[in-house]
Design a protein around this ligand. Structure first.
Ligand code: G3I
Length: 368
């Protein structure tokens, strides 16, 4: 339904995709040879992250907030120039799309899709079903009426109808879906005890994957998990869960590692080992919500951690994507969550590229 509008809106936006990234010269570097898009990887400062990621066939994304597109032209400019993918930070979520039973509110999701299509960006559909009990204490992640479902059949019907509504509306513009978000306990390594799993068992997840596949056969379907980026109990538990779901007939294509590194990131070896395990199981892997707070607060430490995450992804063929959970330090969920400025992203509050940006650019350019 939304597709015709989106295709029309995308007709003439290409000129807005010009680079706004860091244009500083690399001291002592040779003059760049001319390329069609002006990016010469041997001189990284001539390239945006998007240009370099395109050359790798890598998706580099950012969480998008449509309210900021309207408020701040620079936000949209940087988002369009530096990223070839977007993830709706909140707009596709159940409380956003159907806050009251049968009342659909598509404005933010439509605006997100329009922005992405208009700037030739892929969309990660985040997220169809997010019932996690810990997250539910922090946020409204399920609309209230879902918790008031009178019986298991009605609860399952709510889930089915929600998935059907969102996927039908955005299948044309969304090439991958976080079908199930955070199925394990946030802290701990067991399957999360939440409204859906307690009432319907793990079967609701199998059904969610099957339904999404039937509605959008071409999309890659993901389980998206938090705090599962290092070898250990939670990683093992996720492997076990995904194995059970696959065995039960869930068409899972990949695993999203959210990458909220609030106190330092995994080492190159740790993250590479985890990604390699997923590749060995025949699945795709993606870093879906990356932000990094360096324990010492030093920009150089943060830059090295970002570089290591990107290096891990480039080292594992199954890694298809790295998405940042925002664009600028001025707007990050962490400022609310931590109650203080945390500066976890690649651009500072004035949209100046940080050392972490340059470190990521170096990694992407060096590997070409
Ligand atoms: O937009 C309303 C605003 O109008 C209202 O005044 C205000 C009052 O609280 O709320 C605003 O909406 C908030 C929204 O963020 C935008 O800031 C919601 O209440 C709040 O629940 C929402 O939080 C989001 C959270 O998920 C829950 O959906 C965060 O932005 C978002 O960054 C966060 O993202 C999650 C991923 O989806 C899954 N992984 C973890 C990650 C971080 O928690």
């Amino acid at each position: 339904m939304v597709a015709a509008v989106l295709v029309l809106s995308g007709a003439c936006r290409d000129s807005e995709s010009a680079s706004v990234g860091d244009t500083e010269a690399t001291p002592g570097s040779a003059a760049p040879t001319t390329t069609v898009d002006g990016c010469e990887p041997s001189v990284p400062s001539t390239c945006t992250l998007r240009q370099l990621a395109d050359r790798h066939g890598l998706l580099i994304g950012a969480a998008l907030r449509p309210d900021l597109v309207g408020e701040d032209p620079e936000y949209g400019e940087v988002l369009a120039a530096e990223f070839n993918s977007v993830t709706p930070e909140n707009a596709y979520k159940w409380p956003s799309t159907e806050p009251e039973r049968g009342v659909y509110t598509w404005d933010d999701a439509d605006a997100t899709a329009e922005f992405a299509v208009g700037h030739d960006q892929a969309i990660r559909g985040h997220t169809l079903v997010w019932p996690n009990s810990f997250s539910a204490q922090q946020y409204e992640i399920l609309p209230a009426y879902v918790g008031d479902a009178p019986d298991p059949e009605t609860l399952q019907q709510y889930v089915d109808e929600h998935i059907e509504a969102v996927v039908n509306r955005y299948a044309d513009v969304t090439d991958r879906w976080d079908v199930v978000n955070e199925p394990l306990s946030t802290i701990g390594a067991q399957v999360d005890a939440n409204l859906l799993t307690d009432t319907l068992g793990e079967e609701w997840m199998v059904r969610a994957f099957q339904q999404t596949r039937a509605l959008d056969p071409d999309a890659a379907l993901y389980v998206n998990e938090i705090l599962a980026e290092r070898p250990g109990e939670k990683h093992d538990a996720l492997i076990a869960l995904v194995g059970r779901l696959l065995e039960a007939g869930a068409p899972i294509d990949g695993v999203g590692l959210q990458g909220h590194f609030l106190s330092g990131a995994p080492s190159f070896d740790e993250l590479t080992a985890v990604m390699q395990d997923w590749e060995d199981l025949g699945l795709e892997v993606a870093v879906t919500e990356l932000d990094i707070v360096a324990p010492d607060g030093e920009p150089a430490t943060q830059a090295q951690m970002y570089a290591d995450v990107f290096s891990s992804c480039l080292a594992v063929a199954a890694c298809r994507e790295i998405t940042l959970w925002g664009v600028t330090d001025a707007h990050t969920w962490l400022n609310d969550f931590l109650g203080e400025e945390s500066d976890p992203l690649l651009f500072d509050a004035e949209y100046r590229p940080k050392p972490a940006y340059r470190a990521v650019r170096e990694v992407l350019a060096a590997e070409l």
